[in-house]
Design a protein around this ligand. Structure first.
Ligand code: AMP
Ligand code: MG
Length: 318
């Protein structure tokens, strides 16, 4: 029997190759980095990823006139409206985090977002709309929205303008994650804008690194790195979207209890959770809650959260 010099030596699979894909959705960009076989055909993956984020956008955007969300917004009070499964999932999670955050997270703030110049309807604060949208008592999503999950339908009890901008991007990332898993990819970092989710680690064993942005309105800079493996991270703050008016800076985050843009000294909050939908919504909820109530809430909900104050102080629950 002959024996060659390679007999008994395990054959090594070729090292996985780094691939990247990106595109546009929800008025911003999505990006995907992953390791996979060198000969992997990425066209089908790219198509599936786009279809997944585009479906979320078409269902949940307030900027698309024909979205399912806008259909629900313009439906008469009291009428049942059929909604697709994904939208139902997001509405249910939004109401859950709304309850847990004692109303700091409220998707019923759509009219206020528009009135202050951050929605699709106007680009500047509009005094008449602000007065109309701030009339008390204001209908909240918690009080005025009923979900019939088994029946796939939703009903409003008051005129309500719903806005899912603080949670839909995170859900879009989770939908991309589902596609990556379906393609049996197990080492990836994906994101829409700054909302990110990772699976596994890189082939060299290192974690995925996401920049922790310095909340600076005038420069893009990282103040640290958040390392992820099988987790998602989302950051909310008022350093990317804001308006300068005669009365100072107006934040795009609404404080539902005051019915006005947020002013509380917190510059940004990052939350790390297994799903990006929940990270996205919690980041907004904790930002609105402020440092004291936000930290207490994060601890009671066992959330990993990092608060950066406008004076640069950093506090985390880690
Ligand atoms: P994010 O960047 O995820 O914090 O989302 C901010 C966006 O969510 C804003 O531009 C509004 O459209 C919407 N929003 C503002 N305030 C709230 C709030 N208190 N609860 C839920 N959504 C909000
Ligand atoms: Mg958010």
């Amino acid at each position: 029997m002959s024996k060659t010099s390679t007999d008994g030596v395990p054959r090594h699979a070729p090292a996985p190759l780094r691939h990247s894909l990106n595109g546009e959705t929800m008025g911003t960009r999505y990006s995907v980095v992953f390791y996979g076989p060198e000969d992997l055909r990425t066209e089908c993956l790219a198509r599936s990823l786009f279809a997944a984020v585009d479906r979320v956008d078409r269902q949940m955007s307030t900027w698309k006139v024909e979205s399912d969300l806008n259909r629900l917004n313009s439906a008469p009070v009291g009428e049942w409206v059929a909604v697709p499964e994904e939208l139902m999932t997001v509405l249910a999670e939004a109401l859950r985090i709304g309850r847990l955050s004692n109303g700091a997270f409220d998707i019923g703030i759509g009219a206020l977002v528009n009135a202050w110049g951050f929605g699709p309807e106007c680009r500047h604060p509009d005094a008449a709309r602000i007065a109309a949208a701030s009339e008390t008592p204001r209908a909240t999503a918690a009080d005025s929205l009923l979900l019939d999950r088994p029946g796939g339908r939703v009903r409003k009890f008051a005129p309500l303008s719903l806005d899912l901008s603080a949670i839909a991007k995170g859900f879009g990332v989770d939908e991309m994650a589902r596609i990556m898993d379906e393609f049996r990819l197990n080492a990836w970092l994906i994101g829409i804008d700054g909302e990110m989710r990772a699976r596994g680690v890189k082939p060299d064993g290192s974690f995925w690194a996401v920049a922790h942005e310095r909340p600076d309105r005038h420069a893009r800079d990282a103040m640290g790195v958040i390392e992820l493996a099988d987790m998602a991270v989302a950051t909310s703050g008022n350093y990317r979207r804001w308006l300068e008016t005669g009365n100072g800076i107006v934040s795009h985050t609404i404080e539902p209890s005051r019915g006005a843009p947020l002013v509380n000294g917190v510059a940004s909050v990052s939350v790390i959770t297994p799903t990006c939908m929940s990270a996205d919504a919690w980041a907004t909820a904790l930002l609105v809650s402020g440092i004291e109530r936000g930290l207490a809430l994060a601890r009671s909900a066992a959330l990993e959260a990092i608060f950066v104050m406008e004076d640069g102080t950093v506090t985390s629950t880690l």
